[in-house]
Structures are given as C-alpha cells and as structure tokens.
Design a protein around this ligand. Structure first.
Ligand SMILES: Cc1cc2nc3c(=O)[nH]c(=O)nc-3n(C[C@H](O)[C@H](O)[C@H](O)COP(=O)(O)OP(=O)(O)OC[C@H]3O[C@@H](n4cnc5c(N)ncnc54)[C@H](O)[C@@H]3O)c2cc1C
Length: 461
C-alpha cells in the first residue's frame, strides 16, 4: 500500500487550546468542540462558549489540531483491509462515475444526486433512523440561510438536496444525537467528517450512534458574505433575500456553468452565472475560510463513501449532472453494487487516476500549493500536515499560490470596508481588478500574461 504520511508527523508534540486554533485562523467552525456558535465579523461561525473545553480532549478532537489523528490514521483504523489505496484519494473499495436513475435524485441534486440517493437508501432500509445534513433555514429567524438538521423521512431528506457553500455547524445535530437514541448518518465536507470521527474516538455515545458518514469532496468553504455579495451584484438588498440556490440546474447548459439564484421576499427572483460575478471564479479563493488553506483532504478520505462532481468531459458538459463516488466501507460497497445490478443506479467503475483527474485543480492546491504555503506560514499554531513544506515550484506557480492566498485574506477586509462605508463598489471594483490579475497570472491572457510568459515558463495549471 502506498503511503504518504511522514512518520515524523504521526505524533503530537504540544496540546493547543481552542483559543489558539481560533486566533491562528485554523478554526473551520464545525462546532464539534462547542455548545454554541456565533458569527464572526467575516461571516464565519466560531465557538461562543465561555469556558475552554478540557485541553487534552480538545487537542485530540479538533480537525485542525496538530495533536489530533490525521486522515491516514483515521482511515487506517476504519478501513484496515480496504482493497485499494492511493495518495490522492485514500483507502477505498470501489470508485465510480455516474448518477442516480431513480427519480427525483438526479433532478433535485446539485450533481448526479448520488449523495441523497445513498442517504435515502440508508433510511429506507432501516440502516439509520436519521440523516444529519444541511437544509435551507429561515434567514428571518436567526440570520442563517442554511443549517444542519436531522431528516427522518425521504421527503424531509429530499428537501435538503443540493450543495450549500455556506457556513454551517454541527452543535444542534450533535446535541440531538446525544439526546435521542438511534443510528445516524452524517453528511459533511471532509473536515467535518474528520471532526465526527475524532469525536467518535473520545465520545462513546457519538461512536455508537453515528454509524455512517457521507463525505462531500471539497475545494474550500465560503463565508456568509458570499450571499451578500451575490445579492449586491444582482441589485438586491440582502434583507430581502429569502432563499439562495448556489447552482440552479439547467439541463440545456453544461453542468460546470454554475448559476446563482436568489429568491426575494416579494416572490421575484434574480440569477447570474458565477463567471459574470466579480468574485465568481472559484479557483481564485474569494471569501474563502482561511482554515481551508491548511487542509490536505479533497475527497473526504475518512468517510464511508464520498461524492464529487465529474469535472471531466463528457460529463462536465452534461447539464443533468454527474457524480464521482468513492466507496470505502464494505457494507456500502455491497449496497451500491446491488442497486447497480438492479438498475437503480447508472455507474461505471473507474480508477483512482480518473477520480484525481476530476479534482486536478483542488489536488494541486492541497499538495503543491499547501507544501509551498507551509514554507511561509508565520504566525500562530503550525498545522501538522501530511504534506512536507517545499518551495520547489516554478516562480509563476508560486505567484499563483501567493495571489490566491492574498485574495482569500483581502476579500474579507475589502468586503467589510465596502459594507461599513455602504459603498459596494469598493469591493466589486477591487475584486474585478484582482480577478484580472489572477487570471492573467494563471491563464496567460492579456499583456501581463505575455510578459510573464517571457520571463517565466508557463507552469501546469
Ligand atoms: C463547500 C463545498 C465545496 C465543494 N467542493 C467540491 C469540489 O471542489 N469538487 C467536487 O467535485 N465537489 C465539491 N463539492 C461537492 C459537490 O458540490 C456536490 O455536493 C457533490 O457532488 C454531491 O452532489 P449530489 O448531487 O450527489 O448531492 P445531492 O443529492 O444534491 O445532496 C447533497 C447533500 O449534501 C448536503 N449538503 C449540502 N451542502 C452541505 C454542506 N455544506 N455541509 C454538509 N452537507 C451538505 C445536502 O443536505 C444533501 O444531503 C463541494 C461541496 C461543498 C458543500
């Protein structure tokens, strides 16, 4: 089995406190260590408890704590006899590209609907009593557009389909799981699923009751300001926004042409393609959670099964949406194979290279990019990663990573400034200039690109 963990990274050296993790911009806001959460000034959720959790417990349970078990260690414990392993996608039993055939999963889903299908099948067969996932909330009630909740029926589950690039946290569902006996599945991005498994190691109730984990591949998480930014660019007052769909589906258009859609309080709506928005280039990192720059898991390596978008042709042009799926638990591998042979799922087995190809940009950012970022991380807690610090990159690539990091940081400040002065143009004009510079650097178009081509070789993108 290929393994990419540096053994020197296998042990903890020092216990870090929650306050240090938060101050070091390493708190992703999952809420696994907290009783309650609050918004910070940048539109992220942060622990709001007065007291620090016990030091050792916190250090072993926070997904960004350098003392906690890493993804390789958790996956080795959970899937010791996995039939395959790959340094990019972890241990696994089977991998596929495809979609749900049973209606309405694909139609309702952001991609091929497989996440909701697997969650529904677990509920339908009685393997679990509830599924913790993210559904629309009432923004008028507590200012949140989305939140985790536990669905107990197929109907409830289906109303929570689709990807939410919005801050969410686990406190309320963990409370409910602790209070109400039963078996639960949890859907989440990789760091949230890691948090659940770290919690399962220290909390016997969670260990017994969270029986299944469904991971979502993840590029990075956005702040709540992204909704505000969409609203201001679509000419809507954020106070009038009642619902948001980050990726409204249109079968006539390629799946990777994301289109944001807002519903307003008078029943009207507004929509725009992401690439027409000043901050709509996902790769540039606008309004990104700072902790995401210190993560090395793209595909949810600790989850029983994880799902992403098949961002390769011909699938990315198919507006109906197509998933890639990596199955790690034997129980789920059997369940999926049965459904495939019963004609309920359209799936083609693929290898690790195929999965990695669909996430090429994300993997580069979390391997080469992370290795480079680790060489210049200065302040606060030093994250303990499976990637070794290295600056062995072409100059132009280094500039791309520097620029993404700067955009991620400065976008929060510029947004705050624009909001404070009630001058949205401060943000949008700045964002458009940054985007032009970033795209010239990355894609070599325009005068700057041609100049860069002369002085630096064009790196792989
Ligand atoms: C922040 C974020 C970043 C992502 N980045 C990538 C990426 O870089 N590459 C890639 O291929 N895919 C990425 N995805 C996953 C992708 O957007 C789809 O969610 C995935 O392909 C599953 O599609 P589906 O049609 O099977 O899901 P659906 O059938 O639509 O079901 C989605 C399920 O996930 C739940 N859910 C939605 N948002 C969240 C959330 N924030 N936290 C926890 N549960 C949630 C829903 O409640 C629902 O149960 C990302 C998702 C998120 C939330």
């Amino acid at each position: 089995m290929r393994h990419w963990t540096n053994p020197s990274h296998a042990r903890a050296d020092r216990l870090v406190s929650r306050q240090e993790i938060v101050r070091s911009d390493l708190c992703i806001g999952c809420g696994s260590c907290a009783a309650q959460m609050r918004w910070d000034r940048d539109g992220f959720l942060k622990p709001d408890d007065r007291a620090e959790p016990p030091a050792e417990q916190f250090a072993n349970q926070c997904p960004f704590s350098p003392a906690a078990a890493n993804e390789d260690q958790i996956a080795a414990e959970r899937f010791p006899s996995a039939s395959a392993a790959d340094p990019r996608i972890g241990r696994f039993e089977a991998a596929y590209v495809g979609h749900a055939l049973e209606d309405p999963f694909r139609r309702n889903g952001s991609s091929g609907g497989l996440t909701s299908w697997v969650a529904a099948e677990l509920l339908r067969t009685g393997a679990v009593d509830g599924v913790a996932h993210v559904a629309p909330a009432e923004p008028q009630k507590d200012g949140r557009f989305f939140g985790y909740r536990i669905s107990h029926s197929l109907d409830e589950l289906s109303r929570g389909a689709k990807s939410r690039y919005y801050p969410v946290e686990l406190t309320s569902v963990l409370r409910e799981i602790r209070q109400v006996p039963g078996r639960y599945a949890v859907v989440g991005v990789p760091c949230f699923i890691k948090a659940i498994h770290l919690l399962r190691r220290v909390d016997p109730v969670i260990r017994e009751r969270v029986t299944h984990t469904l991971g979502l591949f993840c590029g990075h998480m956005k702040s709540a300001a992204m909704v505000e930014s969409f609203a201001l660019q679509l000419g809507a007052d954020i106070r009038r926004v009642r619902a948001i769909d980050y990726r409204i589906k249109d079968e006539r258009r390629p799946a990777n042409w994301y289109r944001a859609h807002l519903e307003l309080d008078d029943g009207s709506s507004a929509a725009q393609d992401w690439w027409h928005l000043a901050d709509g280039d996902w790769g540039a990192g606008f309004l990104q959670n700072p902790a995401c720059d210190w993560c090395d898991d793209v595909v949810g390596e600790t989850a029983d099964v994880s799902f992403g978008d098949a961002w390769v042709e011909p699938y990315s042009s198919d507006g109906r949406g197509t998933n890639v799926m990596v199955v790690r638990s034997k129980q789920l591998a059997d369940m999926v194979e049965r459904a495939r042979s019963d004609g309920r799922l359209e799936l083609r087995p693929v290898d690790a290279d195929f999965i990695a190809q669909t996430q090429a940009a994300g993997l580069r950012h979390r391997r080469d990019g992370l290795a480079y970022r680790l060489t210049w991380r200065g302040r606060g807690v030093t994250p303990r990663k499976r990637v070794q610090p290295s600056a062995a990159l072409p100059l132009r690539r280094k500039l791309v990573y520097r620029m993404r990091h700067a955009i991620a940081r400065w976008s929060h400040r510029m947004f705050r400034l624009a909001r404070g002065l009630r001058a949205p143009a401060i943000y949008t004009v700045w964002a458009r200039s940054m985007l032009r510079l970033y795209q010239s650097l990355t894609w070599s178009s325009g005068r700057l690109g041609r100049m860069l081509d002369r002085v630096m070789p064009q790196p792989e993108r």
